[in-house]
Design a protein around this ligand. Structure first.
Ligand SMILES: C[S@@+](CC[C@H](N)C(=O)[O-])C[C@H]1O[C@@H](n2cnc3c(N)ncnc32)[C@H](O)[C@@H]1O
Length: 231
């Protein structure tokens, strides 16, 4: 798949691209490109934002700047771009990113992600250029770059060949293999440490019992996860 990230800070993604699973995905032909609206803004002095109509603090990313950036990059009117590929505005109040949305996006051939900064986007960017508004959680980051990395990470690791072991993604938290429940607990050597013992069943060698035990722990975690982070 091809993911394009529209960001005023493309250099943030240099480190991200060098991470093993992202590099693996790239080696399999998946692309992660960046586009900086400041580089070809039609306004003078590299201007990309402006003060909000109606007053208030902060700066708002301008719709004409985003129009120009997307049009120059893709060679089409951005109003039509969202019919060709998912165009996602990252925003704290958007649709919450979860496993369902990740699977949806991972199946797309091409996605464009718009990172806001400052106060965010002129709303006309979201209304007229975007197919989706996505949030990675109900809190506010300083900008969309980390949210874009979260989205790219979770979508690209789903691509065949991104992870060292294909099995790692098959049976993990929220997967169909676990009925959408969180993953069961893992243990490794030593089998006892400071009196804390690994459950006997995991040392038993009985694969069917281990499978049943894991499924049960996974279900318990699913039931408990409504109100607790440690179960
Ligand atoms: C400081 S935030 C703007 C917050 C906005 N004024 C508000 O109150 O909703 C700047 C940018 O960071 C990104 N951002 C911040 N928190 C985010 C979140 N939880 N999920 C996705 N993007 C987020 C968005 O792109 C946003 O436009």
């Amino acid at each position: 798949m091809q993911i394009d990230v529209v960001t005023l800070f493309p250099e943030w993604f240099d480190w991200f691209r060098s991470q093993r699973h992202i590099a693996n995905a790239a080696a399999q032909g998946h692309e992660l490109r960046t586009l900086n609206p400041r580089e070809n803004t039609p306004l003078s002095g590299g201007q990309v934002d402006d003060t909000p109509f109606g007053g208030g603090a902060g700066m708002v990313l301008r719709v004409d700047v985003m129009d120009h950036a997307l049009r120059s990059f893709y060679g089409v009117d951005p109003v039509d771009l969202r019919r060709e590929r998912r165009v996602i505005a990252l925003t704290p109040g958007g649709r919450l990113l979860d496993e369902g949305l990740v699977n949806e996006l991972a199946a797309e051939p091409a996605v464009t992600i718009l990172c806001g900064r400052y106060e965010g986007f002129d709303e006309r960017i979201v209304q007229h250029f975007c197919s989706d508004a996505v949030s990675i959680g109900r809190y506010v980051l300083a900008g969309g770059e980390l949210a874009a990395m979260v989205l790219c990470d979770t979508v690209l690791r789903k691509q065949p060949g991104a992870l060292g072991h294909a099995d790692s993604a098959a049976e993990e938290s929220f997967s169909d293999a676990l009925g959408g429940d969180p993953e069961y607990p893992h243990y490794t050597r030593p089998s006892e440490y400071r009196g804390w013992k690994v459950p006997d069943v995991l040392l038993s060698g009985h694969h069917e019992e281990i499978r049943r035990w894991r499924r049960a722990r996974s279900r318990e975690r699913g039931a408990a996860s409504e109100g607790s982070s440690l179960s």
